[in-house]
Design a protein around this ligand. Structure first.
Ligand SMILES: Cc1cc2nc3c(=O)[nH]c(=O)nc-3n(C[C@H](O)[C@H](O)[C@H](O)COP(=O)(O)O)c2cc1C
Length: 203
């Protein structure tokens, strides 16, 4: 499977980090087209104390703990509108935007995108491919809510970065991972943990 993952400047770089690691380890994904918005290095520095400025394949593999020469992540520059994910003729399973800022959400909803993330998302919608958006903002204003409704109506899946507690998380990693497993579930990508609620836990 080939898919695109975009990281934008909403809080929650760790969701992108873990989703990338889980996708790479799944055995089901051969290529991940990775795109980052310009503000991601700032947010990543604040939240994860990592330097993602001037990213290279080697730098990203190192961040994710992948082998130096791993080819699973293919990094594309944000201004490269000739990149593979910019064309509908490139067959792929779909796209994940995690975390998704309100700015990127609005640009995709408007249909008047200006960068590769917006274009790749637009391609998914026009080709009826899965577009999974993981918005992170609180509280939402009416513009955010209208944009999400608009995108949902044209086929995007809105999966908010809103962690659950029914699996009794003990650590932040437990919380983050559960959300990332739900992202993988959307693409039917196998992973090690149970995410399905069976009802057995209720006495
Ligand atoms: C540390 C930090 C945290 C942020 N958190 C959010 C957030 O949770 N949601 C959001 O929509 N924007 C957030 N922003 C603002 C976005 O980064 C900003 O709107 C930016 O223009 C989004 O650009 P992008 O969509 O191209 O990534 C945050 C910015 C910083 C520096």
């Amino acid at each position: 499977m080939e898919l695109t993952l975009a990281i934008t400047g909403a809080s929650g770089t760790i969701y992108a980090y873990r989703t990338l690691q889980l996708l790479a380890a799944s055995g089901a994904v051969e290529t991940i087209n990775l795109i980052m918005s310009n503000i991601v290095p700032t947010v990543a520095q604040v939240e994860m104390n990592v330097n993602l400025r001037e990213p290279t394949a080697e730098k990203i593999n190192n961040w994710l703990g992948l082998a130096k020469d791993s080819k699973i992540i293919r990094f594309w520059r944000l201004d490269n509108l000739a990149a593979k994910p910019a064309s509908g003729s490139n067959k792929q399973a779909g796209m994940i935007v995690v975390p998704c800022s309100m700015g990127t959400l609005g640009a995709i909803a408007s249909g008047a995108g200006t960068n590769l993330i917006h274009r790749a998302a637009d391609v998914c919608l026009k080709e009826s491919r899965k577009l999974l958006l993981v918005p992170r903002e609180t509280p939402f204003n009416a513009i955010h809510l209208e944009n999400m409704l608009k995108l949902s109506r044209v086929g995007a899946t809105i999966l908010p970065a809103s962690p659950s507690f029914y699996h009794q998380p003990k650590t932040i990693d437990d919380l983050v991972d559960h959300l990332c497993f739900r992202i993988l579930d959307q693409f039917e990508i196998p992973h090690s943990r149970k995410t399905q609620w069976t009802g057995e836990e209720v006495k």
